[in-house]
Design a binder for this molecule. Structure first.
Ligand code: CP
Length: 311
């Protein structure tokens, strides 16, 4: 049976069925050689990707641009609203309309939840949410799942600890929703009380077969997990910096804690101090591989959306 990918835009991982996730991961696997520059591709020759980044990014923006170039296409865009005419008062809607005229697909990052959805409703080209405030980061989740499948050999039947900023962390929100598509998953939610997973995500998890346990300490869960998924406490999301300072440094993974354990350590990055650099040279470190996996996964996303939705 020929598989199809149903979605025109990627706004929330909640729009995905399991088959949609597997479609992208399988496509990404096929594109690994090109992603590693061992082959060349002209699949998207002549196509232009619009990169509208209103919030800072290293990995997401650069890996989307790399992915587009590896497929023979190119990218245009801005890295912050200050370098676009938004700084002169142009609306996001007008800006998106301009990009629609120049590009075959748009990638949007914005500090407000819902901006990608808003833009997808007013343009005809595919729109990809590259992170909207504390909302969703669906393409990060796809590369996280790709990494888990590659490193552990499966996504079903795993135990994962999500650690750190579960309140504002869009990567853990999307990942929790995505894990609900798989079987026999146990999630440990490890955070300070102030940064617990939002109720709406717990309600989503309750509708799936995922078992979740709220925990305060990494030590309470480390013996029982296949994956430690560590996140940064996000200073920029706190209204009062004093609240950030109280919590900062609450969770730190180091090499000694990991010795003898059968697990992998992931992190969407950037890292501040929550994974000691002494973990970098150990077998547990999968966070740099995870970041590199962004290229084949985002190639798969771009190839699929742009080929399925020609202008
Ligand atoms: N993981 C991630 O979204 O990183 P950037 O903020 O650098 O894009």
């Amino acid at each position: 049976m020929v598989k199809i990918f149903r979605l025109k835009s990627i706004i929330s991982i909640k729009d995905f069925e399991r088959e949609d996730v597997e479609y992208i991961l399988d496509e990404a696997e096929k594109l690994e050689n090109i992603a590693q520059s061992k082959e060349v591709s002209n699949e998207l020759k002549g196509k232009i990707l619009g990169l509208m980044f209103f919030e800072p990014s290293t990995r997401t923006r650069m890996s989307f641009e790399t992915a587009m170039k590896r497929l023979g296409g190119d990218g245009i865009g801005f890295e912050n609203s200050g370098s676009s005419s938004v700084s002169k008062g142009e609306s996001i809607a007008d800006t998106a309309k301009m990009f629609e005229g120049y590009c075959d697909a748009l990638v949007i990052r914005h500090e407000l939840e819902g901006v990608s959805k808003f833009i997808s409703d007013i343009v005809d080209v595919p729109v990809i949410n590259a992170g909207d405030g504390a909302g969703q980061h669906p393409t990060q989740t796809l590369l996280d799942l790709y990494t888990i499948r590659k490193e552990i050999g499966k996504i079903d039947d795993i135990k994962i600890a999500l650690i750190g900023d579960l309140k504002y962390g869009r990567t853990v929100h999307s990942l929790s929703n995505a894990l609900g598509l798989f079987n026999n998953i146990k999630i440990y939610l490890v955070s300070p009380p102030e940064l617990r997973m939002p109720q709406e995500i717990l309600i989503d998890l309750n509708k799936t077969n995922v078992e979740y346990v709220v925990a305060d300490k990494i030590e309470d869960v480390i013996e029982d997990v296949d994956v430690l998924y560590v996140t940064r406490i996000q200073k920029e999301r706190f209204v009062d910096v004093e609240d950030y300072i109280k919590i900062k440094g609450a969770y730190v993974i180091n090499k000694k804690m990991l010795e003898g354990k059968d697990l992998i350590v992931m992190h969407p990055l950037p890292r501040i101090d929550e994974i000691d650099t002494d973990v970098d040279d150990t077998k547990y470190n999968k966070y740099f591989t995870q970041a590199a996996n962004a290229v084949p996964v985002r190639m798969a996303i771009l190839k699929t959306l742009i080929k399925n939705n020609p202008k």
